[in-house]
Ligand binder design. Sequence first.
Ligand code: ATP
Length: 335
Amino acid sequence: MSAVIEIEGLRKTFHSMRNGRRVAVDGFDLLVEAGQVHGFLGPNGSGKTTTLRALLGLVRADSGVMKVFGERSPELLPRVAGRVGAIVESPQFFGNFTGHRTLRLLARAGDVPISRVDEALELVGLRDRGDERVKGYSLGMKQRLAVASALLKDPQLLILDEPANGLDPAGIREMRDLMRTLAAAGVTVLVSSHILGEIQLICDHVTIISRGRRVAAGRVDEVLAGYDRQEFLVRVAEPERAAEVLQAVELTAAVDGDALVVSGVTDPTIVSRALGEQGLWVGELTPLRPDLESVFLELTGAGHTWMPRQVDGSELPADDEDRAMIDLDVRGVDS
Ligand SMILES: Nc1ncnc2c1ncn2[C@@H]1O[C@H](COP(=O)(O)OP(=O)(O)OP(=O)(O)O)[C@@H](O)[C@H]1O
């Protein structure tokens, strides 16, 4: 699979009179391969926008190597710019223009055939609303119009910074469907978000950033599997006695309300057999799979004291700040 975006050792420091020196991105790596819908996940202020801006040459990096379609960015980005659509800063549209007119103007300015306007509107599901003024659009429709503007040149790579920000669940669902449509059409998508449920539903790959550093990367299912504690929820009469029975067969069992959470279960029949032999009949035995939310909380240190680590197992340098509570939006997204 060919690399579409490669970032190695990106570092960016901001200096301001008011806040002094602030390291926004600190030796960050990212690899996005062709055909991926890649989630770029991190809490507020973790460095996502700065990374994307540096990649696109909107802000100058201190150090690091960045490539888009194999070309050094930002120096040689113009060579591949025609293959890249990006929305990193929300575009402002004229409210009095229709969606169609807005895109026609952008198409002319970008030397794109006007026939692409209808195609782009169709892709984002605005074909029927293209003749309405933008000021009458919902926030979700405006976001989709922004995506349509990035799709005008029929890009092979689409970079979207927080496309679901501020959207209601219906808007998020529309945005998700749109990204799936684009992926099915062969567009590689990099989408940043701090909404975990969204990334889990939309993306096949994920890179998690915390305080400017990569703390995990890989296929979403593999990242999740790395944090599977082989836990099961067990519903049984007399959960306290059941916990003792399971502890006697060297399982870790904790009473949770009227049920038990048992960890380290390699074979669930061991649980049902051990309990059945003591006359405790299992009413429910459900695997508790980790979701991105719990993995994210572990990796970024909230609520846990162990060190965040990379997917390759290497530890990151100790830094108390990494364990600080983070401003995390754990909104779920209904499918
Ligand atoms: N122009 C700037 N000047 C000074 N500091 C900045 C600037 N841009 C970003 N930062 C700081 O860099 C850090 C990373 O910010 P960034 O916007 O990249 O995070 P983010 O992950 O995109 O956050 P969010 O999810 O809230 O958009 C933050 O501490 C932020 O305050």
